[in-house]
Design a protein around this ligand. Sequence first.
Ligand SMILES: Cc1cc2nc3c(=O)[nH]c(=O)nc-3n(C[C@H](O)[C@H](O)[C@H](O)COP(=O)(O)OP(=O)(O)OC[C@H]3O[C@@H](n4cnc5c(N)ncnc54)[C@H](O)[C@@H]3O)c2cc1C
Length: 412
Amino acid sequence: MSEIVIIGSGPYGLSLAAHLRGRDIPCRVFGRVMGNWRSKMPKGMLLKSDGFASNLEDPEAAFTLKEFSRTQGFTYADDGIPVTAENFIAYGTAFQQRFVPDLDPRLVIGLDRGSDGFSVKLEDGEMVTSSRVVIAIGVSDFAYIPPELTGLPRQYVTHASHHGPLDGFRGRQVAVVGSGSSATDIAALLHESGAYVQLLARRPDIRFHTRSEDRGSLANTIEQLRHPRTGIGSGWRHVFYTKAPHLFWHLPENQRFRIVRGTLGPAGGWFMRDRVIGQLPITTGVTPRRAELRDGRVALTLSGPHGEQSMTADHVIAATGYRIDVNAIRFLSDKLRAQMKAVHQAPVLSRDSETSVPGLYVVGPAAAFSFGPVLRFVYGAKSTIPPLARHLARGEARRSVPVQKPALVPRR
Ligand SMILES: Cc1cc2nc3c(=O)[nH]c(=O)nc-3n(C[C@H](O)[C@H](O)[C@H](O)COP(=O)(O)OP(=O)(O)OC[C@H]3O[C@@H](n4cnc5c(N)ncnc54)[C@H](O)[C@@H]3O)c2cc1C
């Protein structure tokens, strides 16, 4: 009953479990190891984050991606060489085997809270009780498809996260809607696997990150002082976001939301530019207004600067991102959902990552509106997981201290 349950075994859940184990705090971890990286990201994808910013966090900060790559003979550089999703999954799996060997791969399908703690229902019906629960599900339940594209069967319209391997689209016409890294990644990979792809973006242009250049040591030093590099981008703002998520938490609510929404907008990785630009047709400045089925194909009506235009495709993929929404977390009971305070649908969290339901915590991307944009990335685990493990350990210590009853001293 004093156990901590962690729901989710991606970078955040695994890092937290490793830190708790390092403190001899028992916890149970549920979910498929690196489940979203295995099944919800396109096969062949490259990470946008640099090698040095793609570490899972162990208590000694020793089992890094660099160290793992060295032992496996994988090509690795702190930056300049993109990390393949395949290697990252292998790294996450090795991390789990080393630090969380008893992980339970079952999914959680229900979570409720009664007078004696949380009840966690697993996919095979087994119930587990726990006094504290940490939700570490990443963006699992938050895929966003614009309403104009919903309503058609999944055979015709899907979200980017519905696809792993893309071979099924060979020879078919696919419209990819979006302009961020998901859109450019999936468009390039579809094109390279033999599909006829059209990229449709609402923005006036498709942006890519720039590769950091080696300018020679003096110029590098000056540039580093002016725009210091961090795990999520360059500049002093990013230094603040990456180093001080618990100070970020103190900012006024509106400011936090504005920063998280406005920081690091949609852009592909620098290494994708040549695989997209000039390779496949791109229409910018257009927004889908309607999608209907016509003769077994999807007819899209797009609005743009020159009015409405139509096009057809065999399939539409909405690479339109994720929207954090506590109401979308499938396993939460109605009671917990009602008790969990949210602002703009994101959970309101204490400085210790606790929701308004005592004992229920949220980590990872769903905590970004509290702790800042770094939480949208693996890199955020570095600054947020160790303090959370400390907090949970303190709670565990209080729980396990036997209550000292005053000795009854006989009166003389
Ligand atoms: C296409 C794409 C590309 C990305 N590229 C990068 C990148 O290059 N670098 C970067 O830093 N970030 C990237 N991100 C963001 C990335 O998702 C997060 O940084 C990181 O994975 C968050 O880790 P997490 O542990 O919170 O969540 P996830 O990695 O999403 O893991 C969540 C875990 O929860 C499990 N889970 C879900 N529901 C349940 C349930 N009901 N019961 C049990 N388990 C459950 C899943 O199976 C999974 O194991 C990318 C995201 C996307 C969508």
